[in-house]
Design a protein around this ligand. Structure first.
Ligand code: OAD
Length: 228
């Protein structure tokens, strides 16, 4: 029985109007990630970090899934697919995905650095917010920062060890551990496909290149018609 693991990145949501990180004009060309995406940056200036994610949350709230999100969800409904995403937006869920592993967390959740509670994030988070569970003024976006452990690695490892196909969509493959999933898949003898605007530095068995809204639906259509 086929088991497909799909890893997505910012390129999946680019045509929904959410910026990528490393392309021209990307977020990490405008902001220093050490300031806004590390625990040390948050300790130095929590207001700056909350503002950065408040803006991301507002952008994401106004975005709609594109044809690539819808195609991946269609595949998940028809096949055994684990959707793993590095994206903190909820566009796969908005397209109807029933299970998405957000390995870098979610913008629409908040967490307490003191007690670990997690709850739906308000549209605007502020340094004066208190944790609804323990009352500490230690609330932060429930996202994974550089130097922190991604979410769900055991589940991803288990899925990769059983996968019959690994697919990376819209990711530059520069951030580990996600960037190493293709190597794990290939070491297991699992075929791998890259769907991206252009070839990344990862080594894949196959690649389709172009805008995600075009190449992902085409690829999904082929998978569904090849293996009826
Ligand atoms: P990047 O910005 O590093 O890479 C985006 C990729 O998407 C590039 O390879 C682009 O070529 C591709 N791309 C751009 N537009 C596209 C389109 N319309 N269709 C298809 N592909 C397109 O983003 P990620 O790889 O997601 O982590 O970055 C990984 C992690 O780095 C993020 O989760 C985030 C960031 O720092 C944290 O913040 C912890």
């Amino acid at each position: 029985m086929e088991k497909i693991v799909i890893l997505s990145g910012a390129g999946l949501s680019a045509e929904s109007g959410l910026g990528t990180f490393r392309d021209e004009g990307g977020l990490w060309t405008q902001y220093d990630l050490a300031d806004v995406a590390t625990p040390e940056g948050f300790a130095r200036d929590p207001g700056k970090v909350l503002d950065f994610y408040n803006e991301r949350r507002a952008n994401a709230a106004g975005a709609r899934p594109n044809a690539a999100h819808h195609a991946l969800v269609r595949l998940q409904h028809e096949r055994d697919v684990l959707l793993v995403t590095q994206n903190v937006d909820s566009l796969l869920e908005a397209a109807g995905a029933r299970d998405v592993l957000h390995m870098h967390g979610r913008l629409d959740r908040a967490t307490c650095a003191a007690c670990g509670a997690s709850w739906p994030a308000p549209p605007v988070m502020s340094v004066s917010d208190r944790c609804p569970d323990c009352g500490a003024r230690a609330t932060r976006p429930d996202v994974v920062w550089f130097g922190e452990m991604p979410v769900g690695l055991d589940r991803i490892d288990a899925a990769l060890s059983q996968a019959t196909l690994f697919v990376a969509v819209g990711t530059s493959g520069t951030v580990y551990p996600a960037a190493g999933f293709v190597d794990l898949a290939r070491a297991n003898g699992t075929p791998s496909v890259e769907l991206n605007l252009e070839a990344s530095s990862g080594v894949f068995d196959d690649g389709r290149y172009g805008p995600a809204s075009e190449i992902v639906p085409a690829w999904v259509g082929k998978i569904l018609s090849d293996n009826r």
